[in-house]
Design a protein around this ligand. Sequence first.
Ligand code: PEP
Length: 274
Amino acid sequence: MTNNILLIKTYITFNTNNIMRKKIVAANWKMNLTLEEGKKLVDGIIAGGAALSETKQVVIAPPYVHLTQTGTQLQGKAFMNLGAQNCYSEASGAYTGEISATMLASAGVQYVIIGHSERREYFKEDDMMLAKKTDQGLKNGLKVIFCCGEPLEIRDANTQNEYVGTQIKAGLFHLSVEELKNIVIAYEPIWAIGTGRTASSQQAQEMHAHIRCVIAAQYGAAAAADMSILYGGSCKPSNADELFACPDVDGGLIGGAALKADEFLGIIAAMVKA
Ligand code: PEP
């Protein structure tokens, strides 16, 4: 078993050199900003004129009520994508207050974040629900940013690899290898989200490499080498360079630092030069 994992790791590392998987910096605004504030922020980000490309992209995921406005602002801005922070697990019907993936797609949304730790914790979204939400996103042509990450007690017990591996298996392993192409994984250790405490680049690299091995064991090394794996948790311009320099870190999912144009642009710049 250990030998197999070692072989997979060597294969992935070897092949990573030839793979142009996407680097992405995604903004998760959470429940912040009025329409006017959101408009100004997006104007500021666009004015930054980041050197984006097919393999270096940005996603902005504002609250639902911003989607149309932000989408209009991003129209014609190459490689700047519109994202949503959530969708419901059913296609349509009597689910007052919920938003379907079909509605998101009809509003021009390209990415949807599923399984953020705040959704898991505060809204009790379990593995089965997250798998259904992922299916809804994919069925409607959205790319899914699937979040995983351990709480502090799991990190302290050094069982984070098993914990995150289980989240990925439960949320994604029912997908075909073809469907997996529209998945981005975001590793967000809960103890680093909004706390100012970032995972070290070594901790991030170790977990990202582990996630790639988990994917490789189920879907093969090529699918794993193709998978963009983002880091999230108190990422800011001052630590983005070091985090994004890790071979298995393909960008970031950004909360607090995505609410200020200059900080978000600093993180985008780190991704562009990584
Ligand atoms: C997040 O919630 O996805 C996140 C990474 O937040 P922050 O950057 O504020 O830690």
